[in-house]
Design a protein around this ligand. Structure first.
Ligand code: PHB
Length: 359
């Protein structure tokens, strides 16, 4: 029988009961101290029928924060709070990995310790506005990291990985997409360094490879995924040669035998694409399992699995509104529509109150 979204699959060391993945989704509902709270446990538990849940992007250090009310993974209290989430998901037969996040320049002093300047590969201010506790304010020019500071950032990824495993996650996903720190190093619109971390594809990929190797040393490659977004313009991102750059990145990570490569195949938040891009060719280069993401529905998801384009498909907004998305796809049932007004911050409303089919 042909493979489809409901076929089990192994991504590295992580066995999935189906190929429908809940994409990482920022929801801004943690409490003070970067702690997940009871409603976050309920939200993830409700969605445990997904083959795999990828947690909301989670800051790896105080300097990694870029939005209000994010949960972190760098204190013991955060580990204890996340353990309630992983326990609940596992009790329902689900799997969950944590997405590890450093936002780089997509931040604001009001969100950082001691009103620090955001850090980035180069001192280039992104167009757009930071989402702060005081509302939307213009981004400011970040501080360029000096090379001697990078080992401490790699160490933050290592601590976050140890913490995620201690909290019971089945693995981690390194977030190198969507214009955040590692993507800022990859693409030349945000990286104009002249040292070993800028210029050539190899140099721009260096920090990502250092992070992946360090995280693999803790978790094992079979429990480490990677997310890329080669032509997503979100967060004022652009690269002069995206196809060649990301072909290089895939060639460089192939020997690592990652659990999966997760690719945002376009621009998020309706932003279009920064350049034309051949995702089929990127997929063909990739020797690890491939997870496709962006605007897939059931038919396109099944087609991607059946054709071999993807080993798994990540769904974002449909999982916000449909905790039982897997069952709805199985039954070809009507989908609840998501309410964008409650995506970022707020209460249980628009978070844990989307009805199940049985309701
Ligand atoms: C967002 O908050 O819009 C957001 C966060 C993380 C991403 C992408 C978008 O990777």
């Amino acid at each position: 029988m042909a493979l489809d979204l409901f076929s089990p699959v192994k991504l590295g060391a992580i066995a999935l009961k189906n190929r429908m993945v809940m994409a990482p989704l920022t929801r801004n509902r943690a409490v003070a101290g970067g702690l997940p709270q009871a409603m976050n446990v309920t939200y993830y538990e409700q969605r445990a029928t997904a083959g795999l849940i990828i947690s909301e992007a989670t800051p790896i250090s105080p300097m990694a924060h870029g939005y209000p009310a994010l949960p972190g993974i760098y204190t013991d209290a955060q580990v204890a709070a996340w353990e309630k989430v992983t326990d609940a998901v596992h009790a329902k037969g689900g799997k969950i990995v944590m997405q590890l996040w450093h936002v780089g320049r997509i931040s604001h002093p009001s969100l950082l310790p001691n009103e620090a300047l955001p850090v980035a590969p180069s001192a280039i201010k992104p167009a757009g506005k930071a989402f702060t506790y005081q509302g939307l304010v213009d981004y400011i020019t970040p501080r360029a990291l000096v090379a001697s500071e990078l080992p401490a950032i790699v160490a933050d990824y290592v601590l976050a990985t140890k913490n995620a495993l201690a909290a019971g996650f089945d693995g981690v996903e390194v977030h190198a997409a969507n214009g955040y720190l590692l993507d800022q190093f990859l693409r030349d619109g945000s990286n104009q360094r002249t040292d070993n971390y800028g210029g050539s594809f190899e140099n721009r990929s260096r920090l990502l490879l250092e992070v992946l190797l360090a995280v693999i040393a803790v978790a094992g490659a079979g429990r480490v995924g990677l997310r890329l977004s080669p032509v997503n313009p979100f967060n004022d991102m652009i690269d002069s040669q995206p196809q060649a750059l990301f072909s290089h990145v895939v060639d460089a990570i192939n020997p690592l035998n990652l659990a999966y490569l997760h690719v945002v195949e376009g621009g998020i938040h309706g932003g279009g694409i920064a350049a034309p891009f051949d995702f089929a060719s990127l997929r063909q280069r990739c020797t690890s399992p491939y997870m496709a993401n962006l605007s897939y529905d059931k038919a396109r998801g099944n087609a991607a699995i059946a054709s071999g384009h993807a080993d798994a498909v990540a769904y974002g907004v449909p999982f916000i509104a449909n905790p039982d998305l897997v069952e709805r796809f199985k039954q070809d049932a009507r989908l609840n529509q998501a309410d964008p007004k409650s995506f970022y911050g707020g209460s249980e409303l628009g978070y844990t109150d989307y009805p199940f089919l049985s309701a």
